[in-house]
Design a protein around this ligand. Sequence first.
Ligand code: SF4
Ligand code: SF4
Length: 282
Amino acid sequence: MKISIASGKGGTGKTLVATNLALSIDNQPVQILDCDVEEPNAHIFLKGDLIDEQRVYTQIPKVNENQCQSCGKCADLCVFNAMALFDKTLLCFDDLCHSCGACWQLCPEQALEPFDKEIGTVKKTKINDLTLVTGTLKIGTHISPPIIKAVKEQCITGINIIDGPPGSSCPVMETVSDTDYCVLVTEPTPFGLNDLTLAVEMLRSLAVPCGVVINRDGADSAMIEKFCQHNNLEILMRIPLDIKIAQSYSQGIPIVQNSGEWQRKFNQLHQRILKEVQACKN
Ligand code: SF4
Ligand code: SF4
């Protein structure tokens, strides 16, 4: 099973939910996959031994200047503006290339060929029975979906908790697509509600069922409750604004580690997700 964790913006508590949920599931193989590849941070809470490291490559076009006739067809067809013709010189902007392959397949002179460019790494760490898979985008590289894809290729038979990047753009869509369920972590502020609205729209367009965890739950949660009721969304869990939770988080210690009560609450969250997934299948 693949359970993604998403939120409209950073700092909402996604990693708190992802790591504690992963640590609270018993009696089956559990893996946590950190797809927040621009700033992975699950490893701060889950420290273990490195067991595998792979480099990730993507393909970009390389021009054979002797064959290129400067016709400009490749620049015209690239919707990402990754190719441009200046006078008679063809330029390729690697960081804009999405590796679709259209240019090297359609060049009438066969003047382009795919070239492997390293864009990051995927590392595997073992923490007792739990495995952490971390994707990291190489500094200076901006296109993260290929790394996210490489991280998700490591999914196992068992429970996969997939911690996504903030927002609701391409990298988030790559993270949550094909997951069985998405937990949306939100906070009770007008910005939180706005981001939640966008995230729910995105998940509905991808047909991924979702439920909500309210972090920093308090008196203002009424606006989130109203939204959830109106949109037929389950509130799966509430995490109060609590100094002990904040301290534990700032020290890089998962809250379930020193609290049987939170261990039970996160285990119940897992049970609720399973029920929701089952209900969606029926
Ligand atoms: S389509 Fe081929 S020949 Fe034309 S500009 Fe591009 S690389 Fe050169
Ligand atoms: S591979 Fe696709 S995205 Fe990259 S330069 Fe060629 S046409 Fe543009």
